[in-house]
Design a protein around this ligand. Structure first.
Ligand SMILES: Cc1ncc(COP(=O)(O)O)c(C=O)c1O
Length: 403
């Protein structure tokens, strides 16, 4: 049933009415308000110019508001939030900001996205660190996850890098338990939050995590080029800036020509230079809309409910193998139609305006269920999958990879 609230949300996010949009794990649906603000701000810059004092003050207020919005969502303080451009930037800031020595170890898992992994591979090449990868694929039990990670720790281990929600299986990892275990061994934790922020409730200070890298464009339904990095207050001094610029300083005049400079007191020191002003204004309004008008609690409950519904429905279809270990842990459900090529299934569904994606590893289909999805979106998906299953795998259209 579509409630009045849901109908209002769907009218505000037109793609949800034009398609069965089930791909928020890649990019969330945009709102009309976001586009209106981008247009308004770009028009203002076009007509009035871009560099007057008033727009500078407005921008700095909006950036502070956006740090506050990320802090409110995660239980952090604004001083623990740096604005970034995507998850991967946050993963790089921390990976390259810690002072690794040759022979130091970093532990990561087989559930990671390249956004978190590649910075570690560069550290391996550049600083001679050892990267150990723990196999967590098909490990559903939280205690076993913690046990395997702990077993990999040695006296040389400095950092544990993992996703809160795995992009490939949708599994939620036990953040607080892993962080507590790592802390017992004096190992820092860096978490890829691409599939968790905006999808599940967070209290980062209570979780014990040290660093948490978040995107704006996925479950927060913001534009590309937005994101934030949480840096636990006590860990700020451990990170050196790899990139630095006027935005990193307490005040942009706080440097001299003898090599002295004063970094901003909080995590904002990892912000570097000029940003997309219209994007910041639009993202701030978007975060306020989600928090104040829709409500995070409602959002998290709906994502869990639509994900559970989809998980159960897929599990009940014969010819479907669900890879996601448990229902409702995140908004992602990964599965396969036995004997059917995932890329070709996606190609067929896109032609019916049902937007899902396939993953490279495991080679499988992935559905994202958002707070704006309805039972009828899920029914459309299931109907289309049943239709695929009632035909030969050879009847599927060819997949032509984008170049
Ligand atoms: C788990 C995970 N990490 C990192 C990324 C990369 O995200 P971003 O483009 O925000 O850096 C993605 C998404 O594509 C992801 O799913």
């Amino acid at each position: 049933m579509i409630t009045e609230k849901l109908a209002r949300i769907r009218a505000e996010m037109p793609v949800t009415e034009n398609a069965a949009y089930l791909n928020t794990g890649t990019s969330g649906p945009l709102s009309k308000q976001t586009i209106a603000i981008l247009t308004e701000e770009n028009t203002r810059e076009l007509m009035n110019g871009r560099a007057d004092m008033k727009s500078y003050v407005r921008l700095s207020t909006a950036k502070a508001g956006l740090r506050q919005a990320f802090a409110d969502l995660t239980g952090a303080t604004p001083a623990e939030i740096a604005l970034t451009h995507h998850t991967t930037e946050g993963m790089n800031i921390v990976s390259h900001g810690l002072n690794f020595q040759p022979g130091d170890e970093i532990i990561t898992t087989t559930l990671e996205h390249e956004g978190g992994l590649l910075p570690l591979y560069v550290l391996k090449q550049r600083r001679g660190v050892t990267v150990k990868t723990v196999d967590l694929m098909n490990v559903a039990d939280d205690a076993e996850i913690v046990r395997r990670l702990e077993a990999a720790i040695s006296p040389r281990t400095r950092l544990l890098v993992f996703s809160h929600v795995a992009w490939n299986t949708g599994q939620r990892l036990p953040l607080a338990e892993i962080s507590a275990m790592a802390r017992r061994h004096q190992v820092l934790t860096l978490v890829d939050a691409a599939q968790s922020v905006g999808a599940i409730p967070l209290d980062l200070p209570a979780s014990g995590v040290d660093f948490y890298a978040m995107p704006g464009q996925k479950w927060l339904c913001g534009i590309e080029g937005t994101g934030a990095l949480y840096i636990r207050r006590e860990r700020l001094g451990m990170l050196s800036p790899t990139f630095i610029g006027y935005a990193s300083l307490e005040d942009s005049s706080m440097f001299d020509y003898d090599g002295a400079f004063m970094l901003a007191a909080g995590a904002r020191r990892f912000e570097v230079g000029t940003v997309d002003r219209p994007g910041i204004h639009a993202m701030l309004a978007n975060m306020r809309w989600l928090a104040d008008e829709i409500g995070w609690e409602w959002i998290f409950e709906r994502i869990a409910a639509t994900a559970t519904m989809t998980f159960n429905a897929l599990n009940s279809l014969s010819g479907v193998t669900v890879i996601t270990p448990q229902a409702g842990q995140s908004g992602l459900i990964t599965f396969n139609l036995d004997g059917y090529d995932p890329a070709r299934v996606v190609t067929k569904l896109v032609r019916q305006n049902i937007i899902i994606r396939f993953l490279p590893y495991p080679y499988a289909l992935r559905v994202s269920t958002g707070f704006y999805n309805t039972e009828s979106d899920i029914d459309r998906l299931l109907g289309a999958l049943e239709d695929v299953l009632s035909h030969s795998p050879d009847d599927l259209p060819e997949f032509i990879p984008p170049r």
